[in-house]
Write a protein that binds this ligand. Structure first.
Ligand code: ADP
Ligand code: MG
Length: 701
């Protein structure tokens, strides 16, 4: 539909002038620039300001707020050297509206003389709260005893992303040279004219010039907010590049085709009849979407989101049966052995009456047992295979895998997701893929980070659940909390006690949880208390979990390893120590372990005072809602996408100019444009290369 239009290609092409063509760029500087991905002059032009400083106005001191970055002007009223923990020079300046302290830790005698009482001074810096009111630490400044301070800047000052050993001033000067080059040279316009018209996106060249050197009359407010059309145009192109990359990955998988699995319902209807409950409306709807995908000759790539306890496993079972009905194998993979084992137990109960054979594979299945399982998987006698990542090891050969279900996939990053696709493939065809996650993913993220997947949402809980009561309590009231556990367990309930730790080290975490266990055993001698943590052998871990499930334990002390999927309906109390250390989504996951039965459940968030403002806000969200989507939106807002996607995926979600939160309204149009570009592969390729060209491993496995 579109062909690349505009001026002859320069940017992102081999004949773009090298960065060394600029005056003053030698080998050493070129090396530093290369670290920022800058090799040519057009690359430099795409090194966009990450923000702007406003040095165009002098702000009255009386109106300053902590966090402001601005220019102020006043007269020095006091200038003293303070000797305290660190010797520092303090100057109090006044401007008729208020006073502020300048603080210098390093200063020369000459500086001390310049900063003398009576001098006029103009400073630029960040305002911070200090021991005696607001202060600026090491501001940039100009002092003058007579008239004649330099005028303030006419335009906003661009601030560029930096690397070590490179100064803002240096980069700004290089950009000036590059802009001069751009007057006669050019960068390739990659957004086709009709697209730019339809979405009112300004031309590339104009946008670049504008952003590097905003004119005097620029709408400064919009620029500071990142909402100027020139910024939006580039954010649009960048988000489009990311989207196109994921679509290309999707196409790559779908090129292979998949077995057609017809919904005969021969087995699934029998299965549903034997369940002690009816599927919820939401389960039925999502199950129908999945079953329809399986009938197509293209591999399904579907993400099923459903809050903890929404009943995703049954949906997976129905899909697996559809594969078996068509004489294909299905694999169910969980991220931990505990979870995989739980699935295996559930599936065994469900599948046995249907005469379906299962195989079970985890790291701990060894020796002869392993050989037996591997053989059953390879010769097709195992119809449904359940396990951990062990399923995707080299030695595992499926007879004919038709469907791969990956549970709780937020633990797996995009790269793992891709590698599973590859491994599950046999020859020409790929298996269908169903990915299930209990982390509700905000729409912004499904439309960006998960654009390679179709999405279904189970947005309803089975009937009869009572929402979890959440209370936020300081750990100074620990004794009361312990009392509450005692009462609940005396009434036949079970409880979780979760320890979180800030330390990275797993061994320290385990120590802390062991200490907690000893203390709780002392204080609650009548209770049967068990312990699980990440350092335990998986056999021992599973054994403790099993005893808890069988109600042979009253209280389970654990690290966050119990986060995912464990299902013990009789457990109705959860204590989380130091919840302020966890992200909201993680807290939500943990809390989902209770409230699974019909009795009223409690979650106690036992924080350590003092809490920061953000932590208070976050814990309040937990108290106010149990809606996973609202919690995820809030998490995204407060902590950014990394928290929800997991660290593995944040790499690919780092944008140069776009901001998912701010620019989320662009995503619908981006999806549309991406679809229109499908028949312009050269444009697609140039756009992705321009924005993602240096992330070589993006999308590779
Ligand atoms: P999750 O979505 O967290 O994986 P599960 O599939 O583990 O949830 O289901 C949680 C519990 O709810 C299980 O005990 C399951 O048997 C039960 N369940 C699932 N669907 C229904 C339903 N429609 N009605 C009643 N109980 C259900
Ligand atoms: Mg589950």
């Amino acid at each position: 539909m579109y062909s690349s239009s505009g001026s002859p290609s320069i940017s992102a092409s081999a004949n773009a002038p090298a960065i060394t063509a600029l005056k003053g760029v030698g080998a050493a500087l070129a090396l530093k620039l290369a670290r920022l991905g800058i090799h040519s002059i057009p690359d430099l032009l795409f090194h966009l300001p990450s923000r702007y400083q406003d040095r165009t106005r002098i702000i009255p001191i009386g109106s300053l707020q902590p966090g402001d970055e601005c220019v102020i002007e006043g007269t020095i009223r006091a200038s003293d050297i303070q000797m305290g923990r660190r010797r520092s020079l303090l100057c109090r300046i006044q401007d008729g509206t208020g006073t502020l302290t300048l603080r210098f830790f390093h200063f020369s005698a000459a500086q001390k003389n310049t900063l003398a009482v009576g001098a006029s001074i103009r400073c630029f810096g960040e305002v911070r709260p200090g021991p005696a009111g607001l202060e600026m630490v090491h501001p940039e400044y100009r002092a003058s005893h007579a008239e004649g301070l330099t005028p303030v800047e006419e335009c906003l000052t661009p601030i560029y992303p930096m690397t070590e050993g490179l100064q803002q001033g240096r980069v700004r000067a290089l950009i000036q040279q590059a802009l001069t080059w751009l007057e006669t040279g050019s960068v390739r316009e990659l957004l086709p004219e009709p697209v730019r018209q339809q979405w009112r996106l300004p031309a590339l060249k104009k946008s670049l010039v504008y952003l590097h050197a905003p004119p005097v009359d620029a709408d400064q407010h919009l620029l500071l907010e990142g909402m100027h059309p020139a910024q939006r145009r580039l954010a649009f192109e960048e988000l489009l590049a990311h989207h196109l990359t994921l679509m290309q990955l999707r196409h790559k998988v779908q090129e292979h085709g998949a077995p057609i699995l017809n919904a005969t319902q021969r087995l699934s209807s029998q299965f549903l009849r034997q369940l002690p409950f009816q599927l919820t409306q939401a389960q039925q709807r999502v199950s129908a979407e999945v079953c329809a995908d399986l009938e197509k000759p293209l591999p399904m790539l579907r993400l099923v989101q459903g809050d903890v306890g929404s009943g995703k496993t049954v949906v997976a079972a129905v899909a697996a049966l559809q594969a078996v009905e068509n004489r294909y194998q299905a694999a169910i993979m969980a991220p931990t052995e505990i979870l995989a084992e739980q699935h295996f137990i559930n599936f065994s109960q469900w599948m046995e009456p249907l005469g379906i054979k299962l195989a079970w594979l985890a790291g701990k299945v060894k020796g002869k047992q392993r050989a037996i399982q591997l053989e059953a998987i390879a010769d097709g006698s195992a119809q449904i295979v359940i396990g951990t990542h062990a399923l995707f090891q080299e030695e595992v050969r499926f007879y004919n895998l038709g469907l791969a279900v990956i549970d709780e996939q937020h633990r797996f990053g995009v790269h793992q997701r891709l590698s599973l696709r590859e491994k599950g493939r046999d020859g020409k065809r790929s298996p269908h893929q169903l990915i299930m996650t209990a982390t509700p993913i905000p729409r912004t993220l499904t439309m960006s980070a998960y654009a390679d997947l179709d999405c279904s949402v189970i947005d309803e809980l089975p009937p009869g659940r009572t929402p979890v009561n959440t209370v936020v309590i300081a750990d100074s009231r620990r004794d009361q909390v312990i009392e509450r556990v005692r009462v609940a367990c005396a009434a036949g309930r079970q409880a979780y006690w979760v320890c979180t730790l800030i330390e990275e080290s797993e061994s320290l975490q385990c120590q802390a949880v062991e200490v907690a266990e000893i203390m709780l055993k002392e204080q609650l001698p009548e209770l049967r208390i068990g312990l699980v943590h990440g350092r335990m052998k998986s056999k021992d871990k599973a054994e403790v979990m099993q005893r808890f499930k069988a109600a042979e334990l009253d209280l389970l002390v654990a690290t966050t390893v119990i986060e995912v999927g464990v299902d013990v309906p009789n457990a109705s109390v959860m204590i989380i120590e130091n919840p302020e250390r966890l992200g909201l989504s993680q807290l939500h996951q943990l809390r989902g372990r209770v409230g699974r039965g019909s009795v009223e459940s409690f979650c106690v968030l036992m924080y350590h005072a003092p809490l920061s403002k953000q932590s208070r806000e976050r814990l309040a969200v937990m108290r106010e809602t149990t809606d996973g989507f609202r919690i995820a939106e809030k998490d995204l807002e407060l902590r950014g996408p990394g928290e929800i996607l997991g660290t593995r995926q944040t790499g690919m979600m780092q944008f140069r100019i776009a901001d998912l939160q701010r620019d989320s309204d662009l995503l619908d149009s981006i999806r549309q444009v991406a679809a229109e570009l499908a028949d312009a592969p050269d444009v697609m390729e140039s756009i992705t290369r321009r924005w993602l060209g240096h992330q070589e491993d993006y999308g590779h496995v």
